[in-house]
Design a protein around this ligand. Structure first.
Ligand SMILES: [Zn+2]
Length: 97
């Protein structure tokens, strides 16, 4: 069975699949707030979250490219620092789940 993402409403990881209504009919339900969706794919579909993660990756890569230019000026150092800050922020967001 496919892994379920946390609840999009309350963030709870305790999600169960209710298959008691009909054969081959699965509903993902949050134990904490009771939110539910009729299809597992719908539960795991997070277009805004996926777009934000992709944007963050692109921005971090752009900062790393800027910082990788080998010139001796303070802008390169600033870009390297900004890339480290962005990477730290992304990693922190992953552990807040
Ligand atoms: Zn919930």
């Amino acid at each position: 069975m496919r892994e379920l993402k946390p609840c999009p409403f309350c963030g709870c990881d305790d999600i169960f699949v209710d298959d008691s209504l009909a054969p081959h009919h699965y509903i993902a339900v949050c134990e904490m707030c009771g939110a539910g969706l009729d299809h597992i794919a719908a539960w795991n579909h997070r277009p805004i979250e996926d777009a934000i993660r992709a944007e963050n990756e692109r921005l971090t890569e752009a900062l790393e490219k800027i910082g990788s230019h080998s010139c001796d000026n303070e802008w390169a150092d600033i870009a390297v620092d900004m890339a480290a800050i962005a990477r730290e922020a992304l990693n922190k967001g992953d552990t807040d789940d």
